[in-house]
Design a binder for this molecule. Structure first.
Ligand code: TRP
Length: 452
């Protein structure tokens, strides 16, 4: 077990903010946020989403950083350092390790598709094709198990290749390359979107407040997504927080990370929708939006293949900076609790995640009719289990722990542990004690179908 002096730490604030923002900014920002915003009433929804981020997401993120920074160990070990061996709170750490591991296994499948599309757009495979042909290409890709398993493997190998380099030499170094590149590409696409004839329609789709569409399901979408997009409840932010120095201002750091995540989500929508509307198409969601609508739209534009290439590189970078944070949770556990070498831990967890991801990859082809539970394929089951249950539950227990049970010493030091601004502490604690658990409970009850 490492003591504080020999434990790796981030080189500074910038490295940490970019790494944690890299975790938060992922597939969710690019293909989910824009769509749910448009669906749920544009500007009105953005306001509700911002409220959810601020009142629920931000306090839980600060709590995760706090647990990690005070514990100075992995997600399980940090709870042990704070509460002692055999404490039931260790289960929250364990839940995080399990959630991020399972998440990594199926996230890698989808992320791998972006590699295939990078290759397609770089070699001209998307140009000069009709909409039907481009739609068919996506079907052909996911119908080919060998091909998607190959890309899934390559994506995991890249993830492991970064994590093996450690906190400074791997995760931080690569975050400092991937994130600025991502911002640059996104701004390029955003300018493209604003210059497109559909700019106005795109802006209206995302921002015109339509309060009549702000229904209870919209509220849940905002809450659930605020939660997912910040990578909460999976032990990730606890693990990243454990590489922080003791004097860090958790509020200031969390605000920066949250702002970057929100900015990227908004820019992604403003880059994508104008071109979609200019082409007279209706925006869909998920894989269809990214792998079908976008290539179709760009096929008809000057420099279309180049723009499509940018989108898929952007997607790959966003996914990679998230997947390294998922892998790091289990790797940190093996290093801190079992004394393993980083290289051995990374290769083992990476291989296990690959194996567990194979049923998810086969869900799109060979096993598409295999529905082991609730009429869902393996991919949908893992997604449901992690995104709808494990992450919200993990986040709720983090909130309850930090709000009600965390014994940070004397009241004065507790407040200082969070931020130099003392008034932050009571506000934070109130949100964690009452607002965050109630909000997550609301999500969970809904997912369990209580009022359907
Ligand atoms: N935030 C990521 C995205 O928007 C997804 C995510 C959810 C995640 N939970 C996580 C990433 C935990 C890393 C760790 O795509």
């Amino acid at each position: 077990m490492n003591d504080r002096s020999e434990r790796a730490h981030w080189t500074g604030r910038l490295g940490f903010v970019l790494a944690a923002a890299g975790s938060a900014i992922g597939l969710g920002n690019i293909w989910k946020f824009p769509y749910i915003t448009g669906k749920n009433g544009g500007g009105a929804f953005v306001l509700v989403y911002l409220a959810c981020i601020t009142l629920v997401g931000l306090p839980i993120m600060m709590a995760e950083f706090l647990i990690g920074r005070q514990g100075q160990r992995d997600a399980v070990g940090s709870f042990e350092a704070l509460e002692g061996k055999g404490s039931l709170w260790l289960l929250v750490g364990w839940g995080g390790v399990a959630a991020s591991f399972v998440l990594l296994s199926f996230y890698a499948v989808v992320a791998g598709w972006s590699f295939d599309y990078i290759l397609k757009s770089a070699t001209g495979g998307l140009s000069g094709k009709t909409a039907e042909e481009i739609n068919a290409l996506f079907g052909e890709l996911v119908a080919a198990p060998g091909r998607i398993v190959f890309w899934q493997f390559l994506f995991l190998a890249a993830t492991a290749g970064i994590v093996i380099g450690g906190i400074r030499g791997g995760i931080e170094r690569w975050s400092k390359i991937l994130m600025p590149a991502l911002f640059l590409l996104l701004i390029l696409l955003f300018v493209g979107g604003m210059l497109s004839p559909g700019a106005r329609a795109g802006l209206e789709f995302m921002f015109r407040p339509d309060f009549s569409r702000l229904t209870p399901p919209a509220l849940l979408d905002a809450l659930g997504h605020a939660f997912f997009t910040l990578s909460l409840g999976a032990g990730t932010m606890i693990t990243y927080g454990s590489y922080l120095e003791p004097d860090s201002d958790l509020l200031a750091l969390s605000v920066r990370i949250t702002l970057l995540d929100t900015l990227v989500a908004l820019l992604a929508g403003l880059a994508i929708f104008p071109v979609v509307f200019a082409a007279g198409l209706e925006p869909g969601s998920g894989p269809g939006l990214v792998f079908q609508t976008i290539p179709i739209v760009f096929a008809g534009l000057p420099f279309g293949s180049f723009l499509a290439l940018i989108v898929f590189i952007l997607l790959a970078f966003a996914a990679l900076s998230s997947s390294i944070s998922m892998l790091e949770v289990s790797v940190a556990y093996l290093i801190d609790e079992k004394g393993w070498r980083r290289s051995r831990a990374t290769v083992l967890i990476g291989s296990l995640a690959f194996a567990l991801g194979i049923p998810s990859a086969l869900s799109f082809n060979r096993w598409s009719e295999l529905k082991p539970l609730f009429g869902r394929t393996f991919f949908d089951l893992f997604d449901l289990l992690v995104s709808s249950y494990m992450l919200p539950l993990g986040g709720m227990f983090v909130a309850i722990y930090a709000g009600w049970f965390w014994k940070g010493g004397e009241a004065k030091n507790e407040a200082a542990a969070l931020s130099p601004r003392p008034w932050i502490f009571p506000v934070w604690r109130f949100l964690l004690r009452f607002i965050a658990p109630a909000a997550v409970l609301f999500i969970l009850l809904n997912q369990a179908g209580v009022w359907r």
